[in-house]
Design a protein around this ligand. Structure first.
Ligand SMILES: [Zn+2]
Length: 283
């Protein structure tokens, strides 16, 4: 190979490289200006939006500092569930005994079908009940994002160990009537927050169950028996997977246990549960 040819080729490369570098420098000088301009126009757009639609409390619609937040009054009305809690049921303990993985007497006496459950708050009258009802019955789809973000935080350890999210399904006819499954909206919000897969077609609700209100614990369980199934064609997507079941509220656990049982029968490796609110009895 001729040395001069090589150096000529080298020179062309250097020249081309310099031109490219100059171009990058030029665009680098333009980009921050553009970026600042865009940021400024975005800031003025959001200011304008705040003037037209001032941020209001998710629950009582009172004035708040930013969109998707609660006012201090509603915030203080929420009984958030924090550690220490039963490792299995996620129900809070009155005292911190400083022992990791401690189980409640309820979890030992009547272990649930799922492995672990976590909830953001206790289900009670006040802001929690209002938020749940507005999402469920009043088409307040805007609530799914903030509630889902809280759930993603409360269920971090479950989500870290999970392969996919499955919302508790409604029966086909109820979905047609309601047009909207709140569990699915929450699962979608959590999926977005955690970049996780949401599978809404693996679990089917095949039995139209009567409302659980007024039924005893045993009656609730028998009411839910056979309510869910995993169709044969969905089984390969369930087998060996760690699944987090998503719902808005956990009450007696009859519904969630029936859903978890169907997934485990279809070969799921583990089923955990994440809800926005759960009923806590005795304390
Ligand atoms: Zn409020």
């Amino acid at each position: 190979m001729d040395f001069d040819d090589t150096s000529a080729t080298g020179a062309i490369f250097v020249a081309a490289e310099r031109t490219a570098t100059q171009r990058i420098w030029k665009s680098a000088a333009i980009v921050p200006g553009l970026k600042r301009g865009l940021e400024r126009s975005r800031a003025s757009a959001s200011l304008l939006a705040d003037l037209v639609f001032p941020p209001s409390c998710l629950c009582c619609r009172g004035a708040v500092g930013s969109h998707g937040a609660l006012c201090s009054n509603c915030w203080s009305g929420i009984n958030f569930i924090e550690k220490p809690y039963c490792d299995r049921l996620g129900t809070p303990f009155a005292y911190d005994l400083g022992i990791e993985g401690l189980l409640s007497p309820e979890a030992l006496a009547d272990p649930p079908v799922y492995t672990r459950a976590r909830a953001v708050a206790r289900f009670a009258d006040g802001p929690v009940r209002q938020l749940v009802h507005r999402l469920k019955y009043h088409d307040r789809m805007d609530l799914a994002g903030p509630l889902g973000a809280w759930m993603a935080r409360a269920g971090r350890e479950l989500l870290d160990a999970a392969d996919l999210l499955v919302p508790v399904p409604l029966h086909r006819r109820r979905l047609m009537w309601r047009q909207f499954n709140q569990a699915q909206a929450l699962a979608a919000a959590i999926g977005r927050a955690r970049s996780m897969k949401v599978e809404s077609n693996l679990l089917h609700r095949i039995k139209r169950t009567t409302p659980q209100i007024g039924l005893s614990r045993v009656q609730r369980a028998s009411n839910m028996q056979g309510a869910f199934t995993v169709p044969d064609e969905a089984k390969p997507f369930v087998e060996g997977r760690a699944i987090v079941l998503i719902d808005d509220v956990l009450t007696s656990g009859a519904t969630i246990n029936a859903a978890a049982r169907a997934l485990l029968r279809a070969g799921a490796a583990r089923v955990d549960v994440l809800v926005f609110a759960r009923v806590v009895t005795g304390g």
